[in-house]
Design a protein around this ligand. Structure first.
Ligand code: HEC
Ligand code: HEC
Length: 236
């Protein structure tokens, strides 16, 4: 066999093998993108998907201190730490009386989607499209992080390394937020928001609804924890 023919056969083989690797990688990328979008919908779905802001208090809301649209945020009943009444929302002005979603980690996405559409939840297709519900179900099934690994639940302080976090922040985040975390004029200073460690970790892992902010979920979660540790040193 001539050398040129060998080369063509090798090239064809490499192209086929490369294609298989590329399509497996793009399936993983689709999944990760769906998970982080689900995380932002869990945060504040109508900011993320541009649906109408819900009107009136959610009929299943059992707390006393919140009302109207905010009671339709998944996080308002189930918590930033996903643990509901067994986590940070077990007391205080965000007490919701509802269990968390941790038992649904690893469950079938279709079963979770059915819960989001059930009578207790009452999310209509105008609020959350089927694609939105699929992203939420992916987040609940495959995207949950046990935040107590990274944030001390009692103090809300990050267990991460603030010195490393400063390096990440001043290279990745500084363009939008400034070194002092105050560059976005109409937003709360990051140092002031950072007291709530579990909320900060959620935002850093999954992104900020509506904002062109990166979501770091695909990276080692210690990077997000290090960033939160640095945010907790910023001026208020
Ligand atoms: C107003 C309160 C409220 C809001 C908002 C809310 N839920 Fe729930 N959720 C509940 C209640 C109540 C249950 C039932 C808990 C029980 O069985 O005791 C529940 C249960 C669940 C469960 C099953 C819990 C388990 O056992 O793991 C999942 C998953 C879930 N909700 C997802 C969501 C998602 C996603 C959103 C946002 C799109 C959301 N919920 C918004 C009240 C709420
Ligand atoms: C492309 C611009 C952009 C980049 C880059 C960016 N952010 Fe943001 N971020 C935003 C915007 C916009 C908001 C929303 C501000 C508001 O209105 O509260 C936001 C909000 C946040 C919040 C929520 C603050 C709150 O009050 O709840 C946190 C935490 C945060 N960013 C951390 C980070 C970190 C950490 C990085 C780097 C890994 C980063 N951001 C990179 C644009 C950006």
């Amino acid at each position: 066999m001539r050398f040129g023919m060998w080369m063509r056969m090798l090239t064809a083989g490499a192209v086929v093998a490369g294609f298989a690797v590329a399509s497996a990688a793009s399936a993983v990328a689709d999944d990760e993108a769906s998970i982080v979008r689900g995380g932002r919908l869990y945060d504040k779905w109508w900011a993320e998907n541009k649906a109408e802001k819900p009107v009136g208090t959610h009929p299943s809301y059992q707390g006393k201190d919140q009302k109207d649209d905010v009671t339709w945020r998944c996080k308002e009943c189930h918590g930033w730490d996903l643990k509901g009444k067994d986590g940070a929302y077990g007391s205080g002005k965000h007490f919701s009386g509802v269990k968390g979603v941790t038992e649904s980690a690893g469950k079938d996405s279709a079963a979770i989607a059915a819960i989001i559409r059930d009578k207790t939840h009452g999310y209509t297709a105008a609020m959350l499209s089927d694609a939105n519900v699929a992203d939420l179900a992916n987040f609940i099934s495959k995207g949950q992080v046990d935040m107590s690994d990274y944030i001390n639940p009692a103090s809300m302080k990050s267990k991460g390394d603030a010195a490393k976090g400063k390096v990440y922040f001043e290279t990745i985040c500084v363009g939008c937020h400034g070194t002092d975390g105050k560059k976005i004029a109409d937003a709360e200073a990051l140092g002031a928001a950072a007291g709530n460690g579990v909320e900060m970790l959620h935002k850093v892992l999954y992104g900020q609804p509506k904002a062109a902010m990166p979501a770091l979920f695909a990276l080692d979660h210690n990077i997000a924890a290090d960033l939160v540790a640095h945010l907790q040193t910023l001026p208020k």
